[in-house]
Design a protein around this ligand. Structure first.
Ligand code: GDP
Ligand code: MN
Length: 378
């Protein structure tokens, strides 16, 4: 789960990391009011779950409340890398002497936390890694050892000012606590700025929390549902369906993450574009199928649905009955192509054939089914 900048900053602040004061708004009038409350120069920032907002015109300074309203009007509705801006964060503007980069992420390769720091912040870290790899300091922290002074000395060896080192050390310690205690996969501050007065502060925050840990992070899980998230994904969660929205036209339903992901690939091979990734899990009970179809049916971009089931523990006849029940219940009219294989596949296909639903077709192989679904989505 990715947090919006304003949520990430709130989390960082809880761990004692300095951030600017701000307000969340969703209209030019609210932006004007926020700027008035904050006083002085403000920065108006698009709240979308993607980077590069600055370059895309999603971050703008405003000298007074009138300007804040005007900048808000420009940014609201912008499409930034496919994310339409509906909310803005208005915060007290900072003066910037230097822009650094600091992050801690889970390094799956070593199973350790990986700190990264560079004094060449502000730009995307991939760019620093490509153009000035020597400027990027990487320090691993063994989770059993924890963060030690030697890690910080190594990390901040390139910082000249003792005052800055002291502040960044504290921030890095807080960031590590935030990372561990929030079950984060990534906590990134870019830029971490130094003001002309020598104060260090987080000007941006990118935080990713491990979804599997959300059950024990109720405070953070709550943030997810506070608007902004994809409403369909929220609906899917309520129904216990694993659903990821994509931007194509072929709805995909598989059982098991591996098969569902392969189905996404096969649809692309067949020349189509997946509208989503939906995983029934190992069960594939009638209720599960109904819930999943309900979720998919709510997406107006879906022009056809590809059902790809391999029956192991899941019995194909059970899934077939589920599909029919779901059609009955949802009155779904988009074409559905089904591929059933594995346990009781023949029985399953017979059940579907006998039902003779006009918008339901059965194909023998995964590729055939994908081709047909792509055809029907066109
Ligand atoms: P991103 O482009 O999505 O990473 O958004 P950021 O929050 O990192 O902002 C992009 C850039 O805008 C930063 O690197 C800064 O250079 C600039 N910026 C953001 N906030 C302020 C501010 O308060 N004052 C000034 N002067 N520049 C800012
Ligand atoms: Mn940034």
């Amino acid at each position: 789960m990715d947090l919006f900048e304003y949520q990430g900053k709130e989390l960082l602040a809880r761990f004692g990391i300095p951030v600017s004061t701000g307000r969340l708004v969703s209209s030019p009038d609210e932006a004007r009011e926020a700027a008035r409350e904050l006083g002085g120069e403000v920065v108006v920032k698009a709240q979308v779950l993607t980077g590069g907002r600055g370059k895309a015109g999603g971050v703008k300074l405003a000298a007074d409340p009138e300007e804040a309203a005007a900048r808000a009007g420009e940014i609201l509705g912008l499409d930034i890398r496919g994310h339409v801006v509906t909310r803005l964060w208005v915060e007290t503007a900072s003066q910037i002497a230097s822009e650094y980069y600091l992050s801690v992420a889970l390094d799956r390769g070593t199973g350790q936390a990986l700190f990264m720091f560079t004094t060449q912040g502000g730009v995307e870290i991939e760019q620093v890694a490509a153009e000035a790899p020597d400027a990027l300091v990487r320090v691993h922290v063994d989770p059993l050892e924890g963060l030690e002074p030697h890690h910080l000395r190594e990390l901040l060896a390139g910082v000249a000012s003792p005052g800055e080192i002291e502040q960044i050390e504290q921030i890095a310690e807080s960031l590590y606590r935030c990372f561990v205690e929030s079950d984060a996969m990534l906590c990134e501050i870019n830029p971490l700025i130094v003001t002309p007065a020598g104060e260090v502060r987080a000007l941006d925050a990118k935080v990713t929390i491990d979804d599997s840990a959300l059950w024990r992070q109720p405070d953070i899980a709550e943030l997810r549902d506070s608007g902004g998230g994809d409403p369909l994904e929220a609906f899917a969660r309520e129904r216990g369906v694993i659903y990821v929205k994509l931007d194509g036209t072929v709805g995909i339903l598989g059982n098991g993450a591996g098969l569902s992901m392969s189905t996404v690939d096969v649809v692309v091979v067949a020349g189509g574009r997946p509208a989503n990734f939906c995983d029934l899990g190992g069960g594939g009970s009638a209720e599960g199928v109904v819930a999943a179809l309900e979720v998919i049916a709510r997406d107006p971009q879906v022009h056809s649905i590809l059902f790809n089931i391999f029956g192991g523990i899941t019995r194909c006849d059970e899934v077939a009955r589920g599909i029919l029940a779901a059609l009955e219940e949802t009155g779904l009219s988009v074409p559905i192509v089904v591929r059933l294989d594995g346990t009781n596949a023949e029985e399953g296909r017979r059940i579907l054939a006998e039902a003779a639903r006009p918008n339901l077709e059965v194909e023998p192989t995964m590729l055939d089914a994908a081709r047909r679904a792509v055809e029907l989505a066109a």
